[in-house]
Design a protein around this ligand. Structure first.
Ligand code: IFM
Length: 440
């Protein structure tokens, strides 16, 4: 049997726009995702998060499910457009009240609330003013963080500032595959910096809180030992992992990444002390891992989220894939955790998302196998000395999978979107067993 220490935290994760629905209730105003979904052709099937899993009204039932699963923590995100509908100014108390009710219900059920302040739903007025490429958005984010912390800080112990700034910056502003749908590579680098700055300023705005950030990281390898393939892997590792890890944990942008980006930007937007602000000590690093990356040199440049490295090709590693098309490789998670421990020691790690989309419904053997393999990788990492403190499955519920709409299901719990009926899948029962036994 593979066991974890008794204090190891077992959780599940969701995010506001993906599950809440109720987009026009209690004073919430549109975010960039409401606007993006309303733009024809942006989201498969014309789907939107307008109703989603109706968690805004059904959270008591959802917390009861969490309790049945035995979750120690629930990672959710707070919708900025509920709390500050215009992205600045006074707080909307009715919006905050929803999170007060949710947090209290979690605590009544012995489940630790793990809120994330930003999981991509930027208030539309802030995008109208330029969005994350503008420095002011970082200042507004810190103001919002302070409001939420003042409202919930007495009941919430662990805070996460941002979820996956890579997606916000590069899918939002380089490829345009995510809201706000802009295709402006140079602006995407400014966005990445201002997201990081917003994180650092938010850490300052929440004194005495235990704060972390969640990054979507990958284990990147080269398709061959040829110099140009090895260089391709260095570039993608730089733009996926180190462009966030280095400023946060080493207080610098990686020199090779800055060189790669010379044709795009001179980093003139980085002001004195920004890196000091960004590298404020954090209490934990959240790691979202789904799939590894195998890359090689290509001759043709194509529009890409990997700004400055548009010629790099993404190769097929020959492994089985989930229904969303991502290769399955638990070993990639082990390699990633070992690497983080080696190159960025001293920061406790949590796997804040890991999971799989499969088309099947309640009998989801593929998801059970996926989760089993990745939880084993976590155990192996811990046995090799990695300070991994917890694991959150993505996702508690089937939900709105961004530009894929509702077609991709990641939930441990099936949601019938016509009736909103929740049905725990086999993977939910499997996960409850893991939690109960403290291992596999
Ligand atoms: O659904 C997303 C989530 O919002 C962020 N991380 C990846 C998940 C699966 O794509």
């Amino acid at each position: 049997m593979t066991t974890f220490e008794p204090g190891f935290l077992w959780g599940a994760a969701t995010s506001s726009y993906q599950i809440e629905g109720a987009v026009a209730e209690d004073g919430r105003l549109p975010s960039i995702w409401d606007t993006f979904c309303a733009t024809p052709g942006k989201v498969d099937n014309g789907d939107s998060g307008a109703v989603a899993a109706d968690h805004y009204h059904r959270y008591p039932e959802d917390v009861a499910i969490m309790r049945e699963l035995g979750l120690g923590a629930y990672r959710f995100s707070i919708a900025w457009p509920r709390v500050q509908p215009l992205g600045s100014g006074a707080a909307n108390e009715r919006g905050l009240d929803f999170y007060r009710r949710l947090v209290d219900t979690l605590l009544d059920n012995d489940i630790q609330p793990w809120p994330t302040l930003y999981h991509w739903d930027l208030p539309q007025p802030l995008e109208d003013a330029g969005g994350w490429p503008e420095r002011d958005t970082a200042l507004r984010f810190a103001e919002y963080a302070q409001i939420v912390h003042e409202a919930l800080g007495d009941r919430v112990a662990h805070w996460t500032t941002l979820n996956e700034p890579w997606c916000s910056a590069f899918l939002g502003y380089a490829t345009g595959r995510h809201a706000p749908g802009r295709q402006e590579p140079a602006a995407s680098i400014r966005a990445a910096h201002h997201l990081l700055l917003g994180h650092g300023l938010a850490v300052q705005a929440m004194p005495d809180a235990r704060v972390g950030i969640t990054l979507n990281l990958s284990h990147v390898t080269a398709g061959s030992n040829a110099d140009e393939d090895v260089d391709a892997a260095r570039r993608i590792d730089g733009m996926q992992n180190r462009i966030f890890l280095d400023p946060l944990l080493l207080a610098e942008y990686p020199a090779d990444v800055m060189r790669d980006l010379e044709p795009v930007t001179d980093f003139g937007f980085v002001q004195e002390d920004d890196l000091k602000t960004i590298a404020a000590p954090i209490d934990f690093l959240g790691v979202n891992y789904y799939s590894p990356m195998l890359v090689g040199h290509g001759t043709e440049a194509r529009p890409s989220a990997y700004v400055g490295s548009e010629h790099v090709q993404h190769l097929d590693g020959g492994r089985a894939r989930t229904s969303i098309g991502w290769e399955i490789d638990p070993h990639g998670l082990l390699d990633l955790l070992l690497r983080l421990d080696r190159e960025y020691p001293d920061v406790p790690l949590y796997v804040t998302e890991n999971g799989a989309a499969f088309d099947d419904e309640v009998h989801d053997a593929g998801r059970v196998a996926y989760l089993d393999g990745h939880v084993r990788a976590c155990a192996e990492a811990i046995s090799r000395g990695v300070a991994l403190k917890g694991y959150f499955a993505w996702s508690l519920l089937d939900n709105f999978e961004w530009s894929f709409g509702y077609a991709q299901r990641f939930g441990l719990v099936h949601v019938d979107y016509d009736t909103q009926r929740r049905t725990p899948k086999d993977s939910a029962r499997w996960y409850a067993g893991v939690i109960r036994r403290g291992g596999l």
